[in-house]
Write a protein that binds this ligand. Structure first.
Ligand code: AMP
Ligand code: MN
Ligand code: MN
Length: 333
């Protein structure tokens, strides 16, 4: 654990009355599980809570009551409120402040800034921060925090939200970030009321048809490079339009590509609506993709990282492949 620690976070939370919650853009299961669990838990503590999630929320996570619980306060009202009241801003699962997207300036306007995360690349951008790089997910860190503050307040809905984050970030307890404690925490959350089969069905078997179609198109567009060590693929604006999928429906494509035997790394280039390119990296067998993402101002973990490049897709690919050459040699075939 790096930073001022969970005790310091717990003290600030106990003293707070008005809390704004934040997480990273293209919010995944851990990001959404974190803000939903925090919203419910802080409400149970009697706090006034508002969560600000950038962009659109993936439809598969609606079962967490994201529509009712998140983005309930309009931006203008939030900006006015934070200017007059003492608002505690808390960021969860975001590796740096830029990842808060359109809500970055609202976060910075707060009276105090707390940061809870599990990304090694997080430098700790609040006055009070707890970064546990050994935790599989931010939800695991939050489970520790909730147990520290008051375990009695963890009801079945909160347990389900936390379990969702654990399942999403560990790929259902399959990835290298699954430590023994992740399974212990998972078991405890099931005891508290999380339903593994219901949550898996919601996350993995409730995708919009267009999203599955897009995955097929992206698999078809993939190329094996560096002697089969790297699989590269794309999600272009045209592919999104043809499939009817939304920008937030691309989760799962990297999981599909990483199934290929012999691959050490997955690189997925996604054309964003603002003209930039979001690159997702996944590593296998310890291949460190974080070093590649951080070379382009991104971050993440050794085996799962990402960055955003402001250029067209062709140039983004040229730049990333030049970086890969440094580790895998110049032979790209
Ligand atoms: P993704 O490929 O979007 O699922 O992201 C993989 C991991 O890298 C996640 O842990 C993200 O939080 C992290 N990540 C993705 N993009 C960035 C970025 N631009 N800056 C820092 N971390 C990132
Ligand atoms: Mn995340
Ligand atoms: Mn996470």
């Amino acid at each position: 654990m790096r930073g001022t620690g969970l005790d310091a976070i717990a003290w600030r939370i106990r003293a707070a009355s008005d809390v704004f919650l934040f997480t990273h853009e293209f919010a995944d299961g851990d990001a959404l599980g974190s803000v939903v669990a925090l919203t419910l838990y802080l409400q149970a503590m009697g706090k006034t809570v508002h969560a600000f999630v950038p962009g659109q929320i993936q439809s598969v996570y609606r079962f967490l009551a994201t529509d009712e619980l998140l983005n309930t306060m309009p931006a203008v009202q939030a900006a006015a409120h934070i200017g007059t009241a003492h608002v505690t801003c808390l960021s969860a699962d975001a590796a740096d402040v830029d990842r808060l997207g359109e809500w970055k300036s609202l976060f910075l306007s707060g009276a105090e800034h707390l940061v809870i995360d599990h990304h090694e690349t997080n430098a700790g951008f609040g006055e009070v921060f707890a970064i546990d790089g050994s935790a599989s997910s931010c939800c695991e860190v939050l489970f520790d925090l909730f147990n520290l503050i008051d375990p009695q307040l963890i009801d079945a809905r909160i347990a389900s939200a936390l379990y969702t984050g654990l399942v999403a970030d560990t790929g259902s307890f399959q990835y290298a970030n699954t430590r023994a404690l992740s399974l212990v925490h998972g078991a405890q959350l099931v005891e508290l009321g999380a339903s593994p089969d219901e949550i898996s069905r919601c996350i993995y078997e409730s995708k919009p048809y267009g999203s599955v179609w897009l995955m097929a198109a992206s698999v078809a567009a993939s190329r094996l490079m560096y002697g089969g060590q790297v699989v590269v693929s794309y999600v272009t604006r045209t592919m999104l339009e043809d499939s009817g999928a939304l920008d937030e429906d691309t989760e799962g494509i990297t999981d599909e590509l990483r199934r290929i035997a012999g691959t050490k790394a997955v690189v997925l280039f996604k054309e964003a609506s603002d003209g930039s390119v979001k690159v997702s990296f996944r590593g296998k067998y310890g291949f460190d993709v974080k070093r590649i993402a951080t070379a382009f101002g991104g971050g993440g973990h050794v085996l799962a990282a990402g960055c955003t490049i402001t250029s067209d897709l062709g140039e983004a690919e040229v730049r990333i492949l030049a970086e890969l050459d440094r580790y895998l040699g110049p032979s790209r075939t």
